[in-house]
Design a protein around this ligand. Structure first.
Ligand SMILES: [Zn+2]
Length: 483
């Protein structure tokens, strides 16, 4: 090729720009949707070109692709990231996809064996996944009562209720280091489920997280107004541990951990942040919680503590409300039985969701409507009906804020929660006037509707409102360098 010809081609390229130069064709083009990016506050109709699982181009110019989605009249936003998803089963995966969740991570408590979890899910998951290292599981192992691979919350017993010896504490710390090496994104601490953990133990575990520059996710020690053991005391404990160790901290489900004291708990989070601490929090939009009935949460004194009685407890599969006799039988049983607790007030939850410090996380598992409906409920109830959250803020709470929470543990999270060139193509496309949750306490597995398309790593898992069969594009989100 002669030099003048080469110059001519270079000039032509400069004029035409990179997308048209080679008649560029993307794997997939999303045409004409209202593109929302919570980080840059972008909100306008644009075209999106996707190649090899990433957003390659966002442009007002027409783009051509092997496949095209006509998104005119629809919102195009980053897929939702649920940092608190216990149900890692296939049914939950489908429910999450219908709800717009493209990444569902077990961060509150963590799985008992990170390596095994990642190996089992790899190539078999509809949505992206990840986990923390489990303090509860490390504790159970140190007490010689290791948890089964799918067990998250330990049954009440010696390993939950006794203080650890120095040797047991050292064993826990070693185990947590190994789990972080295996790809865990932080340390999960369900302190209320292991009441035997002393204040000192909590600080020593925070030190492990601080030394590895990963966050601690915690279900705090206690809930309620009664002292000692109030929500305020429990939140004070973990903010104190973050302050003295330097660890980053996410206080999970501030709605159910703080109940009617949530405004003060949120003020404590704001105060900690104002003084330079990296403390964040999350909530789910339901008045009822759910947990295991044989856990330490229901040890002596729970009624007085939570201000509820047996009839506030419901079995999810049958709707049966409990009596004293039935409760005693189930609490003593070694069998894991989930129970729904009606414990909060609607106006408290509504105020939590609207608070700018609060990101959205479902605490999802089968049996509770939050597994299926959390994210579309935010769009239907808070954005559309109550108008207490703007659409862009809702997207921020459900995508960018959780991505930012993960960024200290993995740089790969910088490619999530954003509609930007170079970001992972985890994308939701929906009609904001129609999208809604449908799950109820009676029918907790009713999937949300209105998500027209949901893409995970560039691959549609929901298309035209229906599940796409035979695709499993979810990949692991792990600590360290991007993979
Ligand atoms: Zn919890």
């Amino acid at each position: 090729m002669s030099l003048p010809t080469l110059r001519f081609i270079v000039c032509l390229l400069a004029i035409l720009g990179p997308t048209v130069a080679w008649g560029a064709s993307y794997d997939l083009v999303i045409r004409g949707g209202r593109v929302l990016d919570p980080e840059t506050a972008l909100d306008k109709p644009l075209n999106v070109g996707i190649t090899a699982g990433r957003i390659a181009r966002i442009s007002a110019e027409p783009l051509t692709g092997a496949r095209t989605i006509d998104a005119r009249g629809l919102v195009v936003a980053p897929g939702f990231i649920d940092l608190h998803q216990h149900g890692q089963d296939d049914v939950s995966g489908v429910l999450k996809a219908f709800d717009g969740v493209t990444s569902g991570l077990e961060m509150e408590i963590g799985v008992p064996d990170v390596k095994e979890f990642l190996a089992q899910k790899s190539g078999h998951s509809l949505i992206n996944f990840g986990t923390t290292a489990s303090h509860s599981a490390a504790r159970a192992a140190a007490f010689g009562q290791p948890l089964a691979p799918t067990e998250i919350i330990p049954p009440s017993g010696r390993s939950t209720n006794d203080p650890a010896t120095p040797a047991q504490l050292a064993q826990m710390q070693t185990r947590l280091q190994q789990e972080l090496d295996a790809g865990a994104l932080g340390i999960g601490m369900g302190i209320q489920y292991v009441p035997g953990a002393t204040r000192d133990e909590v600080i020593q575990i925070f030190r492990v997280a601080a030394s590895r520059h990963v966050p601690v996710f915690t279900h705090v020690r206690s809930a309620g107004k009664k002292e000692p053991g109030s929500s305020i005391e429990a939140v004070e404990e973990v903010i104190g541990a973050a302050a003295v160790t330097g660890a980053s901290l996410q206080i999970v489900h501030i709605n159910s951990s703080c109940l009617s004291d949530a405004p003060e708990c949120l003020a404590m989070v704001a105060g900690a942040r104002a003084r330079g601490l990296d403390v964040t929090t999350e909530a789910y939009p339901y008045i009822a919680g759910m947990t295991e009935i044989n856990s330490a949460l229901f040890d002596q004194g729970w009624q007085e503590k939570f201000g509820i009685s047996y009839d506030a407890l419901m079995l999810p599969d049958t709707g049966e409300r409990l009596t004293k006799e039935r409760f005693d039988e189930l609490h003593a049983s070694p069998k894991v039985n989930p129970v729904v607790l009606f414990i909060n007030r609607q106006e408290v939850v509504d105020a939590d969701i609207a608070d700018p410090l609060v990101s959205i996380a479902s605490d999802g598992e089968l049996g509770h409507p939050r597994d299926a409906g959390t994210f579309c409920k935010i769009l239907a109830r808070y954005v559309r009906e109550l108008r207490t959250v703007t659409l862009l803020d809702a997207i921020r709470k459900m995508s960018l804020m959780p991505a930012q929470r993960l960024e200290k543990a993995t740089v790969s999270a910088r490619r999530k929660g954003r509609m930007q060139e170079g970001a992972d193509a985890d994308i939701v496309i929906f009609d904001p006037a129609a999208v809604t949750d449908r799950a109820t306490y009676e029918h907790p597995k009713e999937h949300s509707t209105g998500m027209q398309f949901v893409l995970v790593n560039g691959v549609p898992v929901i298309a035209k409102g229906a599940l796409v069969p035979g695709v499993l594009p979810g990949s692991a989100i792990v600590s360290g360098a991007p993979r």
